[in-house]
Write a protein that binds this ligand. Structure first.
Ligand SMILES: [Zn+2]
Length: 416
């Protein structure tokens, strides 16, 4: 496409929140790009990660992003090809490089890997991506050796194709999808990555849930990201939600997050074949409504719809959580669930901006630490206020674990 942004996007060099753009979020993002009124500016997106299944539908939003010079990359979603599910999901039929059957370890010859890598880049170029996000397969613990070889084949082929023949040269981002073993030993991938001319590494663990994972696991994940960063390339952390602020405070520059999702990723459950009942519900169009989750800035947490509604219907409590950004200026706060995606977008950009305004690494850590402590206090107040309601209560224990991760890394840095 002639109107693509070919220069090096800022998110490769500066702290950035990248919006994960899926079919569900397209409309809300378009809305948010327009201002609260015709005379006010909308949110300025710093960048996006567009899912290939959405990009393949050629949505008007992508044209809008290009016109606004918002850089975006396209998640090729090749990790989905290792399970059965993609064959049952109609949107994958539009992906030109989707295989006919799931990929198993040992399946990819060098030429098949080169073909896949090239097709992914061709697709990304056609939909106007600012950089290439290289094809990747998950580093499953079972058959790890075979998966590592496949990832090496794919990355080598992606780098070789960049700027040759029909593929215009653009910055190239390698991907790593580490399983348990790889997370515990970053050196398994570091050296291989550094052999290639890449501009950044996008890391999406096979399974990550920052609001539920133990302090140990989160600390290990942070170490993994830092090990890659210390090799001198930029790092983008995939699907981390508010935990991205902790990562930025620790020197991991960029992260992405879907709007109002529960800040979690689990490839095994995404790739699991649908049951007959689930297929039926999808065919009826009765699935996907989901829970209307809402992000509360003060709590640094995305709450389930029923918890959000309980807070918003308690007048005293609600007063603590009002939002003064463009998303909420012209609407009653109790209607927040109706504009929850737009609100998420505004708030997240605002948080990242405030954090990056802190002039030193130490002040950035302090800033996040203070926000997490405030969130913990507000969380206790929420639990107390809602405890007579009889329903279950939201939990905020992850905030303690996040504070723990921050404190541990700060000690390590001080000792180094
Ligand atoms: Zn708002």
């Amino acid at each position: 496409m002639s109107d693509s942004v070919a220069e090096r996007p800022l998110f490769l060099d500066e702290s950035t929140f990248l919006t994960r753009i899926t079919r569900q979020d397209g409309r809300a993002i378009e809305d948010a790009l327009g201002g609260p009124t015709l005379f006010e500016e909308g949110v300025k997106l710093a960048g996006g990660v567009v899912e290939a299944t959405y990009a393949a539908a050629d949505p008007p939003l992508l044209k809008r992003l290009r016109a606004d010079r918002v850089p975006y990359v396209v998640d090729p979603q090749t990790v989905r090809f290792t399970g059965e599910r993609f064959l049952q999901v109609g949107q994958f039929e539009r992906i030109p490089y989707a295989p006919k059957a799931p990929l198993r370890p040992g399946d990819l010859t060098n030429s098949a890997a080169a073909e896949l890598a090239l097709a992914v880049m061709r697709f990304q170029q056609d939909v106007g991506a600012s950089c290439y996000l290289a094809a990747v397969l998950p580093q499953q613990d079972a058959d790890l050796q075979a998966w590592m070889i496949h990832n090496e084949q794919l990355l080598a082929a992606s780098c070789a194709a960049n700027g040759t023949g029909e593929i215009e040269r653009r910055p190239l981002i390698a991907q790593v999808v580490p399983g348990r073993q790889t997370l515990a030993s970053p050196e398994l991938v570091m050296n291989r990555l550094m052999d290639h001319p890449i501009d950044a590494v996008y890391v999406q663990p096979l399974r990550l849930n920052p609001a539920h994972d133990s302090l140990e696991k989160l600390a290990q994940y942070v170490e993994f990201l830092l090990a890659i960063r210390d090799c001198g390339v930029s790092v983008i952390a995939g699907r981390v939600g508010a935990f991205g602020l902790v990562l930025q405070a620790l020197g991991i520059p960029s992260f992405d997050s879907g709007l109002c999702q529960a800040e979690a990723f689990d490839l095994a459950s995404l790739n699991r074949p649908l049951t007959e009942r689930e297929r039926q519900r999808r065919a009826d169009g009765s699935s996907g409504g989901g829970d209307r989750r809402v992000y509360f800035e003060l709590l640094k947490t995305t709450l389930k719809g029923r918890h959000a509604r309980a807070i918003l219907s308690d007048r005293q409590l609600r007063a603590r959580f009002t939002c003064s950004l463009g998303c909420c200026q012209h609407g009653g706060f109790e209607e927040l669930p109706n504009r929850r995606r737009k609100h998420y977008l505004w708030v997240r950009h605002h948080e990242v901006k405030e954090l990056s305004n802190q002039p030193t690494a130490e002040l950035r850590r302090d800033w996040v630490h203070e926000r997490l402590r405030d969130a913990r206090g507000a969380g206790s107040a929420v639990r107390k206020a809602l405890s007579n309601g009889g329903a279950d209560l939201p939990t905020f224990e992850h905030l303690d674990r996040w504070i723990g991760v921050l404190a541990r890394q700060t000690r390590l840095t001080a000792a180094a």
